[in-house]
Design a protein around this ligand. Structure first.
Ligand code: G6P
Length: 597
């Protein structure tokens, strides 16, 4: 959420690095953007509403600069506007900030007494004024930062330039990601790896409470106790090409089609090797947000069915406020693509404080959640750029299915063993099956039915309902059509009153045991004028053909079925959004990494 980049070097590259860095971070927020840079000993600040392309139009690229900071915003305090865009400048201090200053009103009232005036609605301008106030008082920026850390509550990743020293950038971090990219005669500060990938693969990870003074050839680091500290320089192994769209027009499209390869990679990595043993816990609690929470619901179904351990799935932002029945016999699994989601991270910290073991199912290497949990399994989906997740979601489901399988295979019960007997052979076939499901012209035909509708419903039972939730979210996120996922049996208790002539209802039917019930529910809505679209596995007897459209997918081992059933739903959402000409990779108001609570 919000992207930050900073550069200091010697070859007049600042403008180029700032803009290319911001472009790479645009998935984190894209309602306004800005940069501050020094040219001829003069600080320039340029900001604009909207995407980075708007900012680029008003930058004079003939300016020569060796130092600058930039920001792409996802508004928290104050509407998206040029005035609220970062960087903010107060007195001698200019900053870009990611996070939320929770006590900003109190601080603002104090600063008003000292004559500070505020032009924007942001908490960031208050942080900036506070840093300026403390700098004036202390006459030393490092002392100002130390006091700032004591006074400010909330989350912040900050890049700072001081008017009295144009030869360095300061970076400050608490509860919001920030890395320092290490180059040759140049250094970088960014909220995420892609911003600097074109220039270096070496970085230093800042931890909470840490800050740094960065020049073109030195990085001086301070720990949370404000003591000088040395930290390891790490390397990341992603390549700039991984961030490109390849032969696709959209990142989401590319990422949907990468899924078979992701499953292949995960099979090679995890099957036959040691995975965390979840069998010894009395209870499992899954914490996650958004699609990761939907993956958790699939995990609950699989783990309970095949490993016989009770599983509770909690939306991470709710977990912390309820009464928690967890202890050392509970395993808390945190699922997160980015590994930075503030609520999920906080849930992990709470679980640890209650003595629970924590397991992270995380896609981003070295991310905050990956570092916080006691054990981590990476999902190996590779960098996901489209805001609406696809491959990271299916990788999370795959990993949960592997965890459940690992327990199930040690069962002494013949019936249990029988249920998983086709798991490995089907898993090996999965990538080919997935390719064939993705290659289907029906998705475009279905998109033609859906794209001009105002409301769409998804219904299913059990694990199919969990899939409906993800399918519905995908559609809402990128096509802006209101949709709801409903347990098929619950439809009659209210929602059926919303079904009218032509209302699309998408039913998912993959479980033979309950298929006839969901089919009946589809008939009920059809009888009331709905457009009935059915996604079913090829073993299901769909009965009389009343469906407006049908997609039939192969039946595989039930532990693997969700991995392939989600594909038609992703494709339908994608095709609808495409038909509506929506900004598929960056839907309005959303951000990929939600680092505020
Ligand atoms: C945001 C994204 C969703 C994602 C959710 C959780 O809302 O737009 O796609 O599912 O955050 O993110 P995480 O990185 O924790 O999986």
């Amino acid at each position: 959420m919000c992207g930050i980049v900073g550069y200091i070097g010697k070859n007049n590259k600042a403008l180029e690095v700032l803009i290319s860095g911001l472009q790479q971070l645009e998935y984190r927020g894209y309602d306004s953007a800005g940069i501050a840079y020094i040219d001829n000993e003069k600080l320039n600040i340029i900001r604009s509403k909207g995407k980075i392309a708007n900012l680029e139009k008003i930058i004079n690229f003939d300016d020569k600069s060796n130092i600058g900071i930039g920001h792409t915003r996802w508004a928290t305090h104050g509407e998206p506007s040029e005035l609220n865009a970062h960087p903010h400048k107060c007195g001698k201090i200019t900053i870009v900030h990611n996070g939320i200053i929770e006590n900003y009103e109190e601080l603002k009232n104090e600063l008003l007494k000292y004559g500070y005036e505020f032009k924007s609605d942001t908490d960031t301008e208050v942080a900036c004024a506070l840093l300026d106030f403390l700098y004036n008082q202390e006459n030393d920026i490092l002392s100002a930062i130390k006091i700032f850390k004591e006074k400010v509550q909330g989350a912040y990743a900050i890049n700072l330039i001081c008017d009295d020293d144009f030869d360095c950038i300061y970076a400050i971090k608490k509860n919001s990601p920030l890395i320092i990219g290490v180059g040759e005669n140049e250094n970088f500060v960014a909220s995420d790896v892609p911003a600097i990938l074109n220039y270096t693969n070496k970085y230093i990870q800042l931890d909470d409470g840490e800050f740094a003074k960065i020049t073109s050839d030195s990085i001086i680091l301070y720990n949370k106790n404000n003591e000088l500290v040395k930290k390891d320089i790490k390397e990341f192994h992603e390549k700039a090409e991984d961030m490109e769209k390849g032969n696709y027009d959209y990142y989401m499209e590319k990422e949907i089609h990468e899924q078979p390869e992701v499953i292949r990679k995960m099979t090679n990595e995890y099957i036959g090797s040691d995975m965390p043993d979840i069998s010894n816990y009395k209870k499992i609690v899954i914490v996650a947000c958004g699609s990761a929470m939907h993956a958790g619901l699939i995990g609950k179904n699989l783990i309970e069915e095949y490993s016989n351990i009770p599983v509770e799935v909690d939306i991470a932002s709710e977990f912390r406020y309820g009464k928690l029945f967890i202890d050392k016999d509970t395993l808390v699994i945190a699922i997160s693509q980015s590994g930075e989601t503030a609520d999920t991270l906080e849930a992990v910290k709470i679980a640890k404080s209650k003595g629970c073991d924590t397991l992270g199912i995380v896609n981003a290497y070295g991310s905050s959640i990956a570092r916080e949990v006691s054990n981590v399994c990476y999902t190996k989906a590779g960098r996901e750029i489209a805001v609406a997740t696809t491959k990271a979601y299916s990788a999370q489901v795959t990993l949960l299915s592997f965890l459940a399988y690992n327990v199930a295979k040690t069962s002494k019960n013949k019936e249990d063993l029988c249920k998983i007997s086709s798991f490995l052979s089907d898993l090996n076939k999965l990538p080919i099956i997935m390719d064939s499901i993705l290659d289907n012209s029906l998705y475009k035909e279905i998109a033609n039915i859906l794209y001009d509708k105002n409301h769409i419903f998804f219904i299913g039972r059990g694990i199919d309902y969990a899939l409906c939730m993800e399918g519905s979210l995908k559609l809402k996120e990128i096509s802006y059509i209101h949709s709801e996922a409903y347990p098929a049996g619950e439809l009659k208790h209210g929602t059926i009153s919303l079904i009218d002539n032509g209302t699309p209802v998408i039913g998912i039917v993959t479980d033979e045991k309950i298929a006839s019930k969901t089919i009946s529910n589809l008939k009920e809505v059809k009888a009331r004028g709905a457009n009935a679209i059915c996604i079913a596995t090829d073993n299901i007897n769909l009965g009389e053909d009343f469906y407006d459209k049908k997609i039939i997918i192969p039946k595989v081992n039930p532990m693997l079925e969700p991995i392939i059933t989600i594909l038609p739903l992703q494709k339908i959402a994608f095709e609808v959004a495409k038909l509506k000409d929506c900004p598929i990779d960056q839907p309005k108001n959303l951000a990929k990494s939600v680092t505020v609570e």
